[in-house]
Ligand binder design. Structure first.
Ligand code: S3P
Length: 746
C-alpha cells in the first residue's frame, strides 16, 4: 500500500526499490534518499561489489541480491538495468505479488519495454509509468552516483492509456524532487525523437571512427585529425555495450531515421559528384541557421516571439540633449521586398544594408523554408540565389512570421499562386490583425484562402489554383494590400490593376522595375501583366526613415540638440514625418540628396526647436503612418493643441496605436483624448511613470524618446519587440544622448 503523508511540507513514501545500481539507478536512489521523500531506499544489483559500495556511499539504505526479496513491501520499483535486460526483469516481476507498487523504468527506448510489459503483465499496466531521464556522464558505476545528476535535465515520462493518474503523479513527483524538468510524451514519439537526436548521431560517430580506423593509413589520419574529427566523434567514446543494446531495442525508429538520412546523404554525394555548389550551399546555410536557432526549432517554428513570454522593461531617465551622427538600420519595407523579389528572380541578387531585425528575418526564413538558398545576413549583406517565379518548394510546415504583418500580407499574394498549400502563423499581436483585406481580393482572383474568425491568422492558402487578373480599388490606403495584389498579379492571367485612395509607399513598384519587370503607374493606379521574369540585381537598402523618425523627434524636442542622420531613405511616399515636424516648427534640413538603386536618399540634419501644435493635414496620414506614435510625443511637447483625424488605420497596427499611446501619455500626465480616427493632444509637461509597450516596437521607442522632456524616469514594459525593426535602438540612443536602457543593465 502506498503511503503518502504530509509532514511539514514534505511528502513521504514508504519504500523505494531501485533495480540496477549503475550511474543512473545509483543517482536516482541517492537523490530520492537525500530528498527525504522516502523512508527507505533498497538497492538490488547482481554485483556484490556494487551492493557493498552503494551502502557505504549512502546511495541506498540497504541492498538485496535477490529481486523478490527486495520487492517485498515496495511502494515504487525503479528499473535501471540495461535496456535489453529490462525484458528479463519485467518477466520475473510478472510472477511476483507486488501489491499496489508502482513500476517505472529509465530505459532509453520505450517501445520494447512497453511491449514486454503488455505481454507479461497486462493486468499491472495501470501501475506502470515508463520513463527516460536524458542525462548521463562519462563516468559510470555506482561510485559515480550523483544526487544532482538530473538537475535541470529533461526526464520524459511516457504514460500508457492504462496508467493511473495517481501512479503517474507519484513518479513525476519523485523526478521533480531531483530538480528534473519532467515532460510527458507518447511512447512512439519518444522513440522517434530519441532515434533522431541521440541514436543516429551515436551511430554516425561510431561508424565514422571505425571506417577511418580500418584504413591502412589510419595512423596518419588520426595524427592529423584536428577539431572537426575530434568534435564530431567525441560520442564514439561512449559505452559500446550500452549502445549496442539501444540499437537493438529501438530498431524500427532507428531504421526509419537512418533511411531518411541515407537518402539525404546520397543527395549530398550527388551534389559533390556533379559539382553542384548551389545544392551544397543550400544545405550548409540552412543547417547553420538551424543550429543557431535550435531553441526556435525546438518550439517547431521558424521564428519565435522572443518577447511576449517575458517582460523586457526599458528604463528611461529624464532629460538630455542629442548630438553626433548616426546611421539607423536598413529600411524594413525595402528589406522584406528585397528577399521576396530576390528569391523569385533568376540569378543571384546581392543586398546591402539589409535590416537584421526579426520581421525581415522572418521573411528571410520563410523563403529558406521554401528552398531558396540565402547567404547571410552578415553586417547587412545578403546573397540570394533566386529560384525564378516558379521555383519555390513547399515548406516543411507552417510558416511562422512572428510580429510581421508585412510578411504575412505580401506573402499571401504570392503564395496564393503556388502549386502547394501553405499555412501562415504569427505571434499574439499578429494573430489579432485583419487579413481579409488581402484574402478577399485574392479570392476574387480565384485564390482559395481560409482564415480564423473575423479574418484573423492563421491564414491557410490552398495551392494549385490558377489566378486571374483583377482590377481593384483599395478600400483603405494600404501599401501592404497593394503590394500583395501586385505580387499575385505576377502569376495571374491578364493585367492586374490596383487603385489606391491616397498615395502609399511604392517600394514594390520601384523594386519590381529594378528587377526588370514592367509596372505602369498612372496617378493612383499601378498595373502589371503576368508572364514576365525578374532578373537578379544589386540592392542597397537605405536607412529606415521610420527608425530615423525617433531621432528626428528626439532632437527636435530636446533643446540645444543637433544630430545628423546619414543615408536615410526619403522616398516621397514616406516623408510625411518630415513635413509634419516642419509644420510644427521643426528644424530639419536635407543634405547630400542622391538616388541609390531607384530610391532617393539624403542625410538629415535636425536641431532642437520650439514646436507648436497643429491640425495634421489628412493627406499626410498615409505618408507618416508608422511615425504617429513618436509624432504624438512631439505633440505632447509642443505648445498648444495637435489634432489628428483620418487615421483609423492606426487602430489595427501592431497594437491599437491610438488607444495605447493615449493610455501611456495620460499615465505620464499629458492631456489627450483618443477619437475614433485620431487623437487630440494638448502640449504641456510630461511626468514620469509606468507605461506599456503592448508588444509594439514603435510604442516602446516613442516612450523612450518622451523621457527627454519628462520630469522623472519612465518605465516602459513589454519592449522586446523593439528587435523587430530596430535591434540596436538602445545602443544608438546611448551614442547620441538618450538615456534609456534595459532595466537592471547600465
Ligand atoms: C508597410 C506598409 C504599411 C506600414 C507597415 C509596412 C509595407 O502598412 O504600416 O509598417 O512595407 O508595405 P499598411 O500598408 O497596412 O498601411
Amino acid at each position: 500500500m502506498i503511503e503518502i503523508e504530509t509532514q511539514k511540507s514534505e511528502t513521504v513514501l514508504g519504500r523505494l526499490v531501485v533495480v540496477g545500481l549503475g550511474l543512473i539507478g545509483g543517482s536516482f536512489a541517492k537523490g530520492v534518499r537525500e530528498s527525504g521523500l522516502c523512508r527507505e531506499v533498497v538497492g538490488v544489483d547482481l554485483d556484490p561489489q556494487s551492493r557493498k559500495l552503494a551502502v557505504e556511499l549512502g546511495v541506498v539504505d540497504r541492498c538485496e541480491e535477490d529481486l523478490a526479496a527486495a520487492c517485498v513491501g515496495a511502494d515504487v520499483i525503479q528499473l535501471a538495468v540495461p535496456i535489453l535486460a529490462m525484458e528479463k526483469v519485467l518477466a520475473r516481476l510478472a510472477g511476483m505479488d507486488l501489491g499496489q507498487a508502482v513500476l517505472t523504468d529509465v530505459g532509453s527506448a520505450k517501445g520494447n519495454v512497453v511491449r514486454t510489459a503488455r505481454a507479461v503483465m497486462p493486468e499491472r499496466l495501470g501501475r506502470f509509468v515508463p520513463g527516460h531521464p536524458i542525462a548521463g556522464s562519462e563516468q559510470s558505476g555506482v561510485e559515480a552516483s550523483n544526487a544532482g545528476l538530473f538537475r535541470r535535465h529533461k526526464v520524459i515520462l511516457t504514460p500508457l492509456a492504462e496508467t493511473d493518474a495517481e501512479a503517474l503523479a507519484l513518479v513525476d513527483r519523485l523526478w521533480r524532487a531531483l530538480d528534473a524538468d519532467v515532460e510527458h510524451m507518447q511512447v512512439e514519439r519518444h522513440d522517434e525523437v530519441l532515434a533522431a537526436t541521440s541514436h543516429l548521431p551515436h551511430l554516425l560517430a561510431f561508424g565514422l571512427v571505425d571506417s577511418l580506423a580500418k584504413r591502412n593509413e589510419n595512423l596518419d589520419i588520426f595524427r592529423y585529425a584536428a577539431g572537426g574529427f575530434r568534435d564530431f566523434t567525441r560520442i564514439a567514446g561512449s559505452d559500446p555495450v550500452m549502445w549496442h543494446d539501444i540499437f537493438l531495442a529501438n530498431r524500427e525508429a532507428v531504421l526509419r531515421i537512418l533511411d531518411t538520412f541515407r537518402s539525404d546523404l546520397d543527395a549530398l554525394r550527388d551534389a559533390v559528384d556533379a559539382g553542384d555548389g548551389h545544392q551544397l550551399l543550400g544545405v550548409f546555410t540552412r543547417a547553420r541557421v538551424a543550429r543557431e536557432h535550435f531553441s526556435k526549432i525546438l518550439a517547431r517554428r521558424a521564428y519565435v516571439d522572443a518577447m511576449n513570454s517575458n517582460d523586457l522593461i526599458f528604463l528611461a531617465q529624464p532629460g538630455g540633449r542629442l548630438s553626433g551622427r548616426i546611421r539607423v538600420p536598413g529600411d524594413k519595407s525595402i528589406s522584406h521586398r528585397s528577399i521576396m523579389l530576390g528569391s523569385l528572380a533568376e540569378g543571384t541578387t546581392e543586398v546591402e544594408g539589409f535590416l537584421e531585425g526579426e520581421d525581415a528575418l522572418a521573411t528571410l526564413q520563410a523563403f529558406r523554408d521554401m528552398g531558396v538558398v540565402i547567404e547571410g545576413p552578415h553586417h547587412g549583406r545578403v546573397t540570394i540565389h533566386g529560384v525564378g517565379l516558379n521555383g519555390l518548394k513547399p515548406p516543411p510546415g507552417p510558416i511562422y512570421l512572428g510580429n510581421s504583418g508585412t510578411s504575412m500580407r505580401l506573402l499571401s499574394g504570392l503564395l496564393a499562386a503556388q502549386a502547394f498549400d501553405t499555412v501562415l502563423t504569427g505571434d499574439a499581436s499578429l494573430s489579432k490583425r485583419p487579413m481579409n483585406r488581402v484574402a478577399n481580393p485574392l479570392r476574387e482572383m480565384g485564390a482559395v484562402i481560409e482564415t480564423a474568425e473575423q479574418g484573423r491568422p492563421p491564414v491557410t492558402i490552398r495551392g494549385g489554383h490558377k489566378l486571374k487578373a483583377l482590377t481593384y480599388t483599395l478600400p483603405m490606403a494600404s501599401a501592404q494590400v497593394k503590394s500583395c495584389l501586385l505580387l499575385a498579379g505576377l502569376y495571374a492571367e491578364g493585367k492586374t490593376t490596383v487603385t489606391e485612395p491616397a498615395p502609399t509607399r511604392d517600394h514594390t513598384e520601384r523594386m519590381l522595375r529594378g528587377f526588370g519587370y514592367e509596372v505602369s503607374v498612372e496617378g493612383p493606379t499601378a498595373s502589371l501583366v503576368s508572364g514576365g521574369k525578374l532578373k537578379a540585381t544589386h540592392i542597397e537598402v537605405p536607412a529606415d526613415i521610420s527608425s530615423a523618425a525617433f531621432f528626428l523627434v528626439a532632437a527636435s524636442i530636446a533643446e540645444g540638440s543637433e544630430l545628423l542622420l546619414e543615408h536615410v531613405g526619403i522616398n516621397p511616399t514616406r516623408t510625411g514625418v518630415i513635413d509634419i515636424l516642419r509644420l510644427m516648427g521643426g528644424d530639419i534640413t536635407l543634405e547630400n540628396q542622391r538616388e541609390v538603386g531607384g530610391e532617393p536618399v539624403a542625410d538629415l540634419r535636425v536641431r532642437g526647436a520650439r514646436l507648436k501644435g497643429i491640425e495634421i493635414p489628412e493627406h499626410l496620414v498615409p505618408l507618416a503612418i508608422d511615425e504617429f506614435p513618436v509624432l504624438f510625443v512631439a505633440a505632447a511637447c509642443a505648445e498648444g493643441r495637435t489634432v489628428l483625424r483620418g487615421a483609423e488605420e492606426l487602430r489595427v497596427k501592431e497594437s491599437d496605436r491610438i488607444q495605447v499611446m493615449a493610455d501611456g501619455l495620460q499615465a505620464l500626465g499629458v492631456k489627450c483624448e483618443p477619437t475614433a480616427d485620431g487623437i487630440i493632444i494638448d502640449g504641456g509637461e510630461i511626468g514620469g511613470g509606468e507605461v506599456h509597450g503592448h508588444g509594439d516596437h514603435r510604442i516602446a521607442m516613442a516612450f523612450s524618446v518622451a523621457s527627454l522632456r519628462a520630469t522623472a524616469p519612465i518605465r516602459i514594459h513589454d519592449c522586446a519587440n523593439v528587435a523587430t525593426s530596430f535591434p540596436n535602438f538602445l545602443a544608438l540612443c546611448a551614442e547620441v544622448g538618450i538615456r534609456v536602457a534595459e532595466e537592471g543593465k547600465s
